[in-house]
Write a protein that binds this ligand. Structure first.
Ligand code: UDP
Length: 239
C-alpha cells in the first residue's frame, strides 16, 4: 500500500460489458465519455492504471458452453480485452492524454509487454497505463488481474466501474426494490454473502493483501472522475 506523501495512484477496472453498451463490439460514445472523465483526474495529479475486461467480445466460459475448448476460449477472451484497450487508448490520446498499453500476451506491434517497473515509470510521468490480455493465463479473470496489478504496482485502491448498478447492494437492485446499497462493506461479508463486488478469487486476493476496493457506477456523468479523485461514491470494501 502507498502511504505518506506519495501522489494518489489507483487502478481502475472497466468491464467489457460497459464498453459494448450491451452489445457485441464497442460503443464508441461510451468509451469516449469514459476517456473524457479520466483526463481531468490525471491533470489533478492522480496516477491512473486501468484494466479493461473483454466480456463485450468473448468470455471463455460462454464459448465453452458453445463447444469451444475452455483454454482456447479464454485466450479469445483475453484478445478481446486488447481491442478494448486500443479503443480506450485512442480516445485518451485524442484528448491529448499520453498513454501506454501493456499486454500480458506479447504483441510488439500493438503494445508494450507487461513490465511492472516500466508501468510505474509511465505513471510517474503522468501517462495512463492500460493493461490488456488479462493475466495471459486461462482460468483467470480480469477482476483477479485488477487486484494483482494494483498490488504489484502499489496502487492505493482498486476502483471497480460497474455497468447498470452504482455500488454493492444487499440484493440485486434490478430485481428487489427493497435492496439497500452499502456505503462500506467488509471483505468477509462480501465473500460469505456472495455480494456482487468481483469474483471470489479476486476478492480473496484483495482480502489477503488488504487492498481497498471501491465499487461505483460508470453511468452517472462525472462518476469516473469522482472515483479517481477519491471522492465518496458507491461502496467501499475493506477490512
Ligand atoms: N480471461 C482469461 N484470463 C485472464 C483474463 C481474462 O482467461 O487473466 C478471459 C476469460 O475467458 C474472460 C475473458 O477473458 O471471460 C474476458 O474477461 P472478463 O470476463 O474478466 O471481462 P469482463 O467481465 O470484465 O468484461
Amino acid at each position: 500500500e502507498n502511504t505518506g506523501d506519495n501522489p494518489r495512484r489507483v487502478l481502475l477496472k472497466l468491464s467489457g460489458e460497459a464498453f459494448g453498451g450491451g452489445k457485441v463490439g464497442i460503443d464508441t460514445s461510451v468509451i469516449r465519455r469514459i476517456a473524457e472523465e479520466i483526463v481531468p483526474a490525471v491533470q489533478q495529479g492522480v496516477q491512473v492504471a486501468i484494466v479493461v475486461g473483454g466480456g463485450n467480445f468473448f468470455r471463455g466460459a460462454e464459448l465453452q458452453q458453445a463447444g469451444i475448448d475452455r483454454s482456447r476460449g479464454d485466450y479469445m477472451g483475453m484478445l478481446g480485452t486488447v481491442m478494448n484497450c486500443l479503443a480506450l487508448q485512442d480516445f485518451l490520446e485524442q484528448e491529448g492524454q499520453a498513454t501506454r498499453v501493456q499486454t500480458a500476451i506479447t504483441m510488439g506491434q500493438v503494445a508494450e509487454p507487461y513490465i511492472p517497473l516500466k508501468a510505474i515509470r509511465h505513471l510517474e510521468k503522468g501517462r495512463v497505463v492500460i493493461f490488456g490480455a488479462g493475466a495471459g493465463m486461462p482460468y483467470f479473470s480480469t477482476d483477479t488481474v485488477s487486484i494483482q496489478r494494483s498490488l504489484e504496482i502499489h496502487c492505493d485502491e482498486v476502483l471497480m466501474g460497474k455497468n447498470g448498478v452504482d455500488g454493492v447492494y444487499t440484493a440485486d437492485p434490478r430485481k428487489d426494490e427493497n435492496a439497500k446499497r452499502f456505503a462500506t462493506l467488509s471483505y468477509n461479508r462480501a465473500l460469505v454473502d456472495n455480494l456482487a463486488v468481483m469474483d471470489a478469487a479476486a476478492l480473496s486476493m484483495a482480502r489477503d493483501n488488504k487492498q481497498r476496493i471501491r465499487v461505483f457506477g460508470l453511468e452517472g456523468a462525472g462518476n469516473v472522475t469522482r472515483a479517481l479523485l477519491g471522492k465518496e461514491i458507491g461502496t467501499m470494501v475493506s477490512t
